[in-house]
Design a protein around this ligand. Structure first.
Ligand code: NAD
Length: 499
């Protein structure tokens, strides 16, 4: 069997490609021009329950978690090699599903291979530790054991990248899993399961269900046989998932949204800061959880800085995945574009000034869900466009006069995912980077990350960390084994009858 049945890409459950039990399908369209990308099976809750049962059986059988960790690491390295061979196929699939530029999708694939390689290399590097109890007759050790069956729910903006941050450490740790990608962007998830299948992942260890969150996704947070649910997506969905998961006390990992401050001091390299402010806010049309869409600029340079930002934003060219002149792509759907449109209108109604953007682009873009790069200045910190995530190519501008004020403004948000500080003074950089309550801080840069370093949010941006050693730590349970090598009567409850 392949992943295609009569032209329909199917689910992958218990080592086999299978259609949804009720035969339901969904057609996937490219958001850049509405063209059909493919037809895929649409799972119901019953299909997901089947996948959970398969993952449970595979875990409880015990062979997978008993596989030497180095062997599971080798599998991850082989995944990266196989992806390299098929990089073009992967990148095109991601570009068509998301509408993002092919070159960006190719960059994502490089990052994904890097993630698989990183967890492949550290799979056998966390055996646990010996504890010095001070008692020579005791061996006390803490061992890391797989957490069990993992449900993984991922969003549409970086479909396979977000999935790889979960799949790779789960395989490294010896867990079994069920992946449910966003319903709008399933194709690279299908491809990665095809790679794992061809590399001989044992049946039931990795399972793929495709479909809507409320149906195909919901059992991953509610089912008692799931030990961990790892979710990347919006705050509202994350809350629902955490509340549901509480009923069965499963482990919960949440990577949620952000409202990320990009703080620019007057002593920063002006050209670099303007250029990277564009990159921070408009890369991938702002569809990045860590997008620096909240520009906070020192008042002495604000006017010149924003004028330049607006001038450059007006020049950004929109287009589809294979338009080589395009600099960024569309939003994901009509509903999403309506949300961004409404968000900007509410921001303006609350007093922000629309400096550039705020439109759906020219006639040549009418078949896609485009939204032009937008700058709103003269924003108060309680303007809804500043408070809400927005999740589109919209930069809001606030100003500050002192360092303390900059920090107060940047931390005035319910989120805490990422942020940046631009300054030529290392003291300022160090003080501000430590004072910001966000999970990643860039100094004189925006966006780069490495798989060796943790990623995750403070406050409402999430619970737990992905990537880095902690990213593997999410997928294990620590167990303390205390061995008395010289057992003896303790005498704690002395015998009373004198015998
Ligand atoms: P979303 O919350 O709408 O959906 C995410 C996933 O959850 C999808 O697979 C969806 O089908 C599923 N889902 C929805 N309802 C569900 C339910 N009741 N039970 C189980 N699953 C359910 O998010 P989105 O619109 O796809 O993605 C955009 C959001 O993701 C933004 O808020 C963005 O900031 C966030 N994000 C965060 C990170 C991070 O690393 N922190 C990375 C990427 C995206």
């Amino acid at each position: 069997m392949t992943e295609q049945t009569n032209g329909v890409a199917t689910l992958y459950i218990d080592g086999a490609w299978v259609p949804a039990a009720d035969g339901a399908t969904r057609t996937i369209h490219c958001p850049a021009d509405g063209s059909t990308v493919g037809v895929v099976s649409e799972a119901s809750a019953a299909d997901t329950e089947r996948a959970i049962a398969a993952a449970r059986r595979a875990f409880d059988a015990g062979q997978w978690s008993a596989t030497p960790a180095a062997q599971r690491g080798d599998l991850l390295l082989a995944v990266a090699d196989a992806m390299k061979e098929r990089k073009d196929e992967f990148a095109r699939a991601e570009a068509l599903d998301t509408g993002k530029r092919l070159v960006e999708a190719e960059g994502d694939m490089d990052d994904i291979m890097g993630c698989f390689r990183y967890f492949g290399k550290i799979a056998d590097q966390h055996p646990g530790r010996l504890v010095d109890t001070g008692d020579p007759t005791v061996i006390s050790r803490v061992v890391n054991e797989p957490v069990g069956v993992c449900g993984m729910i991922t969003p549409w903006n970086f479909p396979l990248l977000q999935a790889s941050w979960k799949i790779a450490p789960a395989i490294a740790a010896g867990d079994t899993f069920i992946l449910k990608p966003a319903e709008l962007t399933p194709h690279t998830a299908i491809l990665i399961m095809d790679v794992l299948d061809k590399l001989g992942l044992p049946a039931g260890v990795g399972n793929l269900v495709l479909g809507a969150g409320a149906t195909a996704g919901a059992p991953l947070s509610s089912h008692p046989d799931v030990d961990l649910v790892s979710f990347t997506g919006g705050l509202v969905t994350g809350r629902t998932i955490a509340q549901t998961a509480a009923q069965t006390i499963k482990k919960v990992a949440l990577e949620l949204g952000g409202k990320n401050p990009n703080v620019v001091f007057a002593d920063a390299d002006f050209d670099a800061a303007v250029d990277n402010a564009l990159n921070a806010g408009f890369l991938d049309s702002g569809l990045v959880c860590s997008a620096g869409t909240r520009l906070i600029v020192q008042d002495t340079i604000a006017e010149r800085f924003v004028d330049e930002l607006v001038r450059r934003a007006a020049d950004i060219r929109l287009g589809g995945p294979f338009d080589e002149a395009a600099q960024t792509g569309p939003l994901i759907s009509a509903a999403h574009r309506n949300k961004v449109t409404d968000y900007v209108e509410r921001g303006v109604a609350a007093g922000a000034r629309l400096r550039v953007g705020g439109s759906w682009g020219g006639d040549e873009l009418k078949d896609g869900f485009f939204y032009t790069p937008t700058v709103l200045d003269q924003c108060d910190w309680d303007n809804p466009a500043v408070v809400e995530e927005g999740f589109g190519p919209v930069i809001t501008v606030e100003t500050f006069s002192t360092e303390a004020e900059a920090v107060e403004i940047a931390n005035h948000t319910e989120y805490g995912l990422a942020g940046a500080v631009w300054t030529s003074d290392s003291g300022t950089a160090n003080r501000v980077s430590r004072a910001l309550r966000h999970g990643t801080i860039w100094i004189n840069d925006y966006h780069p990350y490495v798989p060796q370093a943790e990623w995750g949010g403070f406050k409402n941006s999430g619970i737990g960390r992905e990537l880095g050693p902690s990213g593997l730590g999410e997928y294990v349970e620590a167990k303390h084994i205390y061995e008395n090598t010289e057992p003896a009567v303790s005498g704690w409850f002395p015998q009373q009858n004198g015998e």
